[in-house]
Write a protein that binds this ligand. Sequence first.
Ligand SMILES: NC(=O)c1ccc[n+]([C@@H]2O[C@H](COP(=O)([O-])OP(=O)(O)OC[C@H]3O[C@@H](n4cnc5c(N)ncnc54)[C@H](OP(=O)(O)O)[C@@H]3O)[C@@H](O)[C@H]2O)c1
Length: 268
Amino acid sequence: MKLKKRIGIIGCGNMGGAILAGLLQNRIVSASQISVYDKVLSKAKTFARQWKTRPGKGNADVVRRSDIILLAVKPQDLFEAAKEFQGAFDSRHVVISILAGTPIAKVRRAVGPRPAIIRAMPNLGAQVGSAITAITGNQTRAIQEAEAIFSGCGATVRLSEKYFDLVTAISGSGPAYFFLLMELLAKEAKAHGLSESVARELAVQTAVGAGLLARRSKLSPAELRRQVTSRGGTTPAALAVFEKEGLEKIVSKGLKAALRRGRQLARR
Ligand SMILES: NC(=O)c1ccc[n+]([C@@H]2O[C@H](COP(=O)([O-])OP(=O)(O)OC[C@H]3O[C@@H](n4cnc5c(N)ncnc54)[C@H](OP(=O)(O)O)[C@@H]3O)[C@@H](O)[C@H]2O)c1
């Protein structure tokens, strides 16, 4: 096992589950090192049964039994959860918060003065081991522990907290942008007579191939695009329309809207 720490997961939803799966499948910790809790007890029990982890008796119990606490509740549930666990923290604890739009200063108000706090922003790719997780904090050891944890569900990058609203707009929300493009490709294929399942397969597998190529290639996405755009062919015909109709401006405006919304949420 790579990490000799006990880990408590508070919130057994999509993200808590994805991170737990990554931790165990990549043998970063063993199931006996993990405790889980969710306010819906049946979720915590299902989670514990599925992964053979220990179901905590409550949030405070999970904190007491752990060295590192992964906070994976919805941002609006932070203070309610905190009422249950605040007194249980001491200075040996590291809290890793993945709450979107929630600065470290706000997590500090919820967990009290004792634990170290790491802020992390993974994305949905965690469910298939292909997330990108931005990590920030001010203790090197705690950052390294967080990197070990999130390496189980993909890549990690260290960034200053001032970039977290941007990261949320780009990679946090990013999977939905790519889903939209797949949806539009499949819709057009269907409109021209393909069955739903074939249209979906064409769109999704094309996205998978393009993603893998971009991942493995030394070339930038722009260079890859130019390489596959043979003059006079079908690809430049489509790309010329995207350009003329202002796709770049639309994407830029959309990302700025996401960034503004992230900043609004962070101030709440
Ligand atoms: N999903 C993403 O792509 C993504 C990406 C980056 C970051 N995040 C962040 O990850 C966090 C979790 O997101 P998610 O999609 O996994 O949400 P989720 O599926 O709703 O999971 C959160 C879980 O926490 C439970 N919970 C609520 N209050 C609690 C409490 N006091 N004590 C213990 N458990 C409690 C919820 O129960 P109920 O359902 O009964 O409320 C739910 O089971 C969020 O803060 C989000 O901002 C998500």
